[in-house]
Write a protein that binds this ligand. Structure first.
Ligand SMILES: NC(=O)c1ccc[n+]([C@@H]2O[C@H](COP(=O)([O-])OP(=O)(O)OC[C@H]3O[C@@H](n4cnc5c(N)ncnc54)[C@H](O)[C@@H]3O)[C@@H](O)[C@H]2O)c1
Length: 249
């Protein structure tokens, strides 16, 4: 799976799965464009990747909720590297955690739901829209959206997250894939169960009795974005240590 000279835009690239993806794609020769709101972490990660002298790393300070910043990120990728080959839509999070809200559904301020929908659903939508013209021009490209088992299961609290993830896993991924058929652009969704980006994820129940390692998810995404997976598009893929398959009480 060579990614030599491929250009990969990674939203949420400053942390977690996005961060490890940046390191792994660059180690395989890709040029990475990291889009995130955490500038300090972005600078440190770009420096560390560029010191290694494999693929190059640049960053764009970008809030995925703001279309002009999303468009500027796509433009920066084209100006710097001349192509956009892969888009990884990692930026996201559970709105109650990200907005420090511990209120039950009826008392949750609507601004918290807005954050959950805007970052988790509109962000991937905006980024797909911004990169598609270049992918059409190239007649190639792969877009990976990040769903979640919560999009399948729902959640009695923090309802924007499961709603947004369900939208990505079905409507958005299939719709982008359908648009992409004629342009050799693939779109897939990867939907993790618990992943060890935070120690607390080890407490979620799964069939295998453990959370996935970050590297396991990144390896799967690298496969899906490689030429080996050229027959795969429009589909959602759980990587959840068997959580969805567990017998229900
Ligand atoms: N970790 C898990 O167990 C798990 C499980 C299922 C799904 N997911 C999904 O996988 C993706 C990555 O998860 P992670 O745990 O690696 O995330 P993380 O929390 O480690 O990183 C998320 C990144 O997104 C960035 N971000 C937040 N808001 C942003 C905005 N408005 N604009 C741009 N960047 C923004 C943050 O700064 C951070 O760097 C998310 O979409 C998440 O919902 C994670």
């Amino acid at each position: 799976m060579s990614f030599q000279n491929k250009t990969v835009i990674i939203t949420g690239g400053a942390s977690g799965m996005g961060r490890l993806s940046a390191e792994c794609y660059a180690a395989e020769g890709a040029n990475v464009v990291l889009a995130d709101i955490n500038e300090q972490a972005l600078i440190a990660l770009c420096d560390s990747i560029n010191e290694k002298g494999q693929g190059r790393a640049i960053y764009s300070l970008c809030d995925v909720r703001k279309y002009p910043e999303v468009k500027a990120t796509a433009d920066l990728a084209i100006e710097t590297f001349g192509s956009i080959d892969i888009l990884l839509n990692f930026a996201g999070g559970f709105e109650l955690r990200m907005c420090n809200c511990d209120k039950p559904f009826p008392d949750t301020p609507v601004e918290v739901f807005d954050w959950g929908i805007d970052v988790n659903l509109k962000g991937p939508f905006y980024f797909a829209h911004a990169v598609c013209p270049q992918m059409v021009k190239q007649h190639s490209g792969v877009i990976v959206n990040l769903g979640s088992v919560t999009g399948e299961e729902g959640s009695g609290a923090g309802m924007a997250y499961p709603s947004a993830k369900a939208g990505i896993m079905n409507g958005l991924t299939k719709s982008i894939a359908q648009f992409g058929f004629a342009h050799n652009i693939r779109c897939v969704c990867v939907s993790p169960g618990p992943v060890m980006t935070r120690p607390a994820m080890a407490n979620m129940k799964t069939g295998l009795g453990r959370a996935a390692e970050v590297r396991e998810v990144v390896d799967f995404i690298m496969y899906l974005t490689s030429d080996k997976a050229s027959a795969i598009t429009g589909s959602n893929h759980f990587i959840d240590c068997g959580r969805i398959a567990m017998p229900r009480p």
